[in-house]
Structures are given as structure tokens and as C-alpha cells.
Design a protein. Structure first.
Length: 234
């Protein structure tokens, strides 16, 4: 007799920390140097200045963005450790309150009164298990990766550099700023659309609209920088 099984495949996309870092670094890396290069293209007659300024911006931007990611990761770790210490203190000094909070969690899950009592009694036998339970189910905090801050800094910084050289690269080979800007705009806007498309697809929103939105943001930023530079430069 043939044994048949129905398989249900759930297509839920979970964003990872690395994906979030790449999105942050790449989106800014594509947009900010693009706007800078566009602005300078409207004010100078040679691409040498644009290349130098662009490289300097990419270096400074990647460091600043990476440092921001590092500090965010450290803040997350510090917050978790602070709450963990407080929870250990509370299971010692406010035992009855903490026991009731465990029961409250089980009550929210819909367990019967007797099952709540049994489950609570089992949890509080081990202080470490008890504290981990409260951290996850009362405070909704997961233990962060101890290397998260460093990884975040590297992911964001490298993504920023990779993104930043996309709009800047035509200026290495084309010496007329306006001609270089035309190629840079074409390549960068295409990359922004593709980046926005896949980012939106991963996060579950309309890929085409997401790609178009990211591309338009880059176009507006670059256009504003270009015309302001033209206006100031006369």
C-alpha cells in the first residue's frame, strides 16, 4: 500500500543580521557617493577632484557606518547583560513576584491552572533555566552573538565600500565630469533598482515598487546635489 504524505511548505523569509547590515551599508554606499559625485560634476571641470573626494568619502563613510554598526551591536549586548543581571537579582530578592510572572506567561499560553503550577515548579528548580525563561518569554530578549558588534561593523563597512565604488568607477576612466556622470547615473540607478528589487522581494513587499522607490531616492539625491552645485557655482 502506497504511503502518501502531504507536505506543507511555508515560505517565510527571515531577515538575518548579516542581511540587515548589507542592506544598510549598500544602500548608503550607492546613494551618498553618487550624490557627491553628481554634485561635484556640476561644479568642477576635471574628474581628478571627483575621484579624490569620492575615495575620501567612501573611506570616511565606511568607517562611520561601520562604527555605527559596532556601537549598535555593543549596545544590544550591554542591554542584554544588564537585564540578565537584574533578572538574577530579582529571582533572589523578589522570588514570589517572579514565580507569579512565570505563571502569568503560562496563563497567556492558555494552560490550565494545574498545568501552570506543574510547569512553574519545574522551571524554578534551576535558577539559570528560570532566568533564561524570563529573559526570553517575559522580556522577549534573545542572547546576542558576542561577536555581533565586530561582524556588523565589517559587514556594513565592506558593503558601503562596494556600493560606493559603483557610482565612482566611471570617473576613473572618463575625464569629462558630465560624460562620466551620465555613465555613473545609468549604472548606479540600475544597481539601485536591482538592489531595491531584491531587498523588497526578501522582505515580502512588491519588488518592482521597492526597486523603483530606491532608484528614485538615489535619483532625487543626485539631482539635488548637481543643481545646487550648478547654482552655487554660477
Amino acid at each position: 500500500m502506497q504511503n502518501t504524505h502531504l507536505h506543507h511548505h511555508e515560505h517565510h523569509l527571515k531577515s538575518s543580521d548579516m542581511l540587515s547590515d548589507v542592506v544598510i551599508g549598500m544602500s548608503d554606499g550607492l546613494t551618498v557617493p553618487f550624490a557627491l559625485a553628481a554634485g561635484l560634476s556640476g561644479a568642477v571641470d576635471t574628474t581628478n577632484i571627483i575621484v579624490i573626494a569620492g575615495i575620501a568619502e567612501i573611506a570616511a563613510g565606511s568607517i562611520a557606518m561601520g562604527l555605527g554598526g559596532y556601537l549598535a551591536g555593543k549596545t544590544e549586548q550591554d542591554h542584554y547583560n544588564s537585564e540578565l543581571k537584574r533578572e538574577y537579582e530579582e529571582v533572589e530578592t523578589k522570588r514570589s513576584i517572579e514565580i507569579q510572572e512565570v505563571k502569568d506567561v503560562f496563563a497567556e499560553w492558555g494552560l490550565s491552572e494545574s498545568t501552570q503550577e506543574q510547569a512553574t515548579a519545574e522551571i524554578i528548580k534551576d535558577k539559570d533555566k528560570w532566568v533564561r525563561f524570563m529573559m526570553k518569554h517575559e522580556l522577549h530578549l534573545d542572547k546576542p552573538d558576542p561577536k555581533r558588534a565586530t561582524k556588523s561593523a565589517l559587514n556594513i563597512g565592506i558593503s558601503y565600500v562596494l556600493g560606493g565604488f559603483v557610482p565612482l568607477s566611471p570617473y576613473f576612466f572618463i575625464h569629462n565630469p558630465l560624460e562620466a556622470l551620465e555613465v555613473s547615473a545609468l549604472v548606479t540607478l540600475l544597481c539601485l533598482f536591482v538592489f531595491g528589487y531584491f531587498k523588497s522581494k526578501i522582505t515580502g513587499v512588491s519588488p518592482f515598487k521597492g526597486g523603483l522607490r530606491v532608484m528614485l531616492i538615489g535619483a532625487v539625491a543626485a539631482s539635488a546635489a548637481f543643481f545646487i552645485a550648478k547654482l552655487i557655482g554660477g
